[in-house]
Design a protein around this ligand. Structure first.
Ligand SMILES: [Zn+2]
Length: 237
């Protein structure tokens, strides 16, 4: 009796073990049979995922391009206002970025040696001042914003707020100040020939598609900071 009991005790675990082994081998078989199917399903899933990511990122690039394009307001790119400590007064009412001070004054001196008298009309302008210019002139001239923006930047969108822009006139032909006719002056002809030597560039050429031609408006690109400020503008023109 005791022996039987022992046998029974011994038998049960053995049976359990057999059952367990059977279960494992069935599972293994199933896995072996279905593994190609799993692999196929996984591959399809992975391919779809990769395709979706590609499509997604393409869409993202298009979206970015639109954002970059949309940065412009009425054709003008946004510009941050320069910090006050980087501004220097070069003559009454004319402040510019300290980076361009030497170059600008040297350019005026060199022009003088050639008998050309450059006048600085406008340098740094605060966003507040640009605000006044843009909105008051717009209403005085009875122009809507889009018309006004052809000749003046909306506040926050003027190169003048960077301190790197300078409007230049001819001392002998002041009637051409801020006029397209400035292009016929000796000062303008001299600038076209020499300004690049001093790292100045005409911002709004006749060819630019956004803003009216401004022969009097020059910008400085002779420092890393200046190049960074105008990088977006240079990459699109
Ligand atoms: Zn200007």
């Amino acid at each position: 009796m005791e022996q039987n009991k022992d046998l029974n005790q011994f038998d049960i675990p053995l049976a359990k073990r057999i059952q367990s082994n059977n279960f494992n081998s069935i599972l293994l078989k199933n896995l072996l049979i279905f593994s190609p199917l799993f692999f196929l399903l996984f591959s399809i899933f992975a391919l779809r995922l990769i395709r979706n990511i590609d499509i997604g990122s393409l869409g993202y690039h298009d979206f970015q391009a639109e954002i970059n394009h949309d940065q412009r307001i009425l054709g003008h790119l946004p510009y941050a206002e320069i910090s006050k400590e980087k501004l220097v007064l070069i003559e009454p009412n004319i402040k510019v970025h300290i980076d361009m001070q030497d170059s600008l004054l040297k350019m005026r001196d060199e022009a003088k040696k050639d008998g050309i008298y450059l006048v600085f009309l406008s340098g740094y302008r605060s966003i507040n001042l640009q605000n006044e210019i843009f909105y008051s002139l717009k209403s005085v001239r009875n122009q809507v914003a889009a018309e006004r923006a052809r000749v003046s930047a909306p506040p926050g969108y003027s190169e003048h707020s960077t301190g790197f822009a300078i409007d230049i006139g001819d001392a002998n032909q002041r009637e051409t100040d801020f006029e397209t006719e400035f292009e016929n002056t000796d000062a303008f002809k001299w600038l076209i020939k020499n300004a690049a030597k001093f790292h100045f560039k005409l911002s709004f050429t006749k060819e630019n598609q956004y803003i009216d031609y401004e022969p009097w408006h020059w910008r400085y690109e002779g420092s890393i900071e200046a190049l960074k400020v105008f990088e977006s503008s240079n990459s699109k023109s």
